[in-house]
Design a protein around this ligand. Sequence first.
Ligand code: ZN
Length: 140
Amino acid sequence: MGWFGFGRGKEKAPRRRRVWGIRRDVLHMVMESARANHPNEFGATLRAEKGVVSELILVPGTLGGDKHAILPLGYLPVDSSIVGTVHSHPGPWAIPSDADKQLFNAFGHTHIIIAEPYNENTWIAYDQNAEEIELDVVDE
Ligand code: ZN
């Protein structure tokens, strides 16, 4: 029994993906950028260090317009520290559209959608298959 308990706890603890967290200041930058661009969408790519999203990289051509944000793949940096994308949904649902799913599948493995009112409770992270994932918010 003791062995079971011990081993199980040890194995269960790190249910970790390559990217398992996001720095709180980066999350706040996402919230502020989404608010600043409202009612338009805001989009950026995410850079991670040691498994934690640590930087937003703005992609030229993603801002403005009242249509769904489209990140032009041709402009995306070729850089293995870029792990995915973030964009806002001016509306209450942080659910990926068909275009979002295509983007998730085509680029990176860690994606975030933030919906109105753009706070710490209105974002959802997804993997490349548009399956929901958990990202810990990390205080530096
Ligand atoms: Zn979207």
